[in-house]
Design a protein around this ligand. Structure first.
Ligand code: B4P
Length: 211
């Protein structure tokens, strides 16, 4: 946590002098966070920080952190906050985040959300928007089972998917009230084609920009 603050403080001058968009994507597994992130990044030209991607890269590279993370991910559990926060800190050192960041799949617990807010408060650039991607459980389970058939991702088995939903309801959903209370939550209907969902996201982003 202290390390994240130091990193963000180091880039504070640059970030505060420009319109800095800091957006969080929250949604159940398979809601399309990664899919929509790619589209939104092209639209806004800000940096992308996906903790899921970072953890999968660490796992594929066989780093000590990756090996440890795999023990949680492969069973549909959240990787411990301390590991995730260290990873985020390292990534945020990159200059691609000076103009803003799309946090994809992070934060996923209230503790992660509070750590992020404390860091952002120090550099005077609070989160701009939290986007909740809301989709029917049956639909997203089918999406992940299709992905399992196409990509063979280790955590896309029916049993693990069920556990990831439990974890989402218990540990991640409380963040929605947290952001609602702060007045920055926007709920996006994530049913429909990726293009339809993206149109809704663009409207929410532009509404926020206009404020
Ligand atoms: P993530 O990588 O964040 O993945 P996800 O929740 O499974 O998927 P996402 O919502 O991004 O769905 P996607 O676009 O891929 O997390 C994986 C694991 O990493 C976690 O379970 C946890 O163990 C660990 N982890 C990550 N972040 C963490 C953190 N902060 N703290 C602790 N642990 C953490 O879409 C899914 C599929 O649907 C794709 O195949 C896509 O092509 C398809 N699809 C998407 N939108 C569609 C649409 N509109 N219509 C039809 N198909 C669609």
């Amino acid at each position: 946590m202290a390390a994240i603050s130091a990193t963000l403080e180091a880039t504070a001058g640059k970030a505060t002098s420009e319109a800095c968009m800091l957006i969080v994507f929250i949604g159940p597994p398979g809601a399309g966070k990664g899919t929509q992130a790619k589209r939104l990044l092209g639209y806004l030209g800000i940096g992308h920080l996906s903790t899921g991607d970072l953890l999968r890269e660490a796992k594929a590279a066989g780093t000590p952190l990756g090996k440890l993370a795999a023990q949680y991910m492969d069973h549909g559990r959240l990787v411990p906050d301390s590991l995730v926060l260290d990873l985020v800190d390292q990534k945020l050192r990159e200059s691609q985040f000076n103009k803003g960041c799309l946090f994809d799949g992070f934060p996923r617990t209230l503790a992660q959300g509070c750590s992020l807010d404390a860091s952002l408060a120090k550099r005077g650039t609070p989160l701009t928007l939290a986007l909740e991607l809301r989709a029917d459980e049956e639909e997203v389970v089918n999406r992940m089972l299709r992905r399992a058939a196409e990509e063979g991702r280790a955590d896309d088995t029916p049993q693990t998917i069920a556990h990831r939903f439990e974890v989402y309801h218990q540990q991640t959903e409380p963040l929605l009230d947290y952001y609602r209370f702060k007045g920055i939550l926007s709920v996006i209907d994530a049913m429909g084609t990726p293009d339809e969902v993206f149109e809704r996201i663009k409207i929410a982003v532009e509404k926020r920009r206009a404020k």
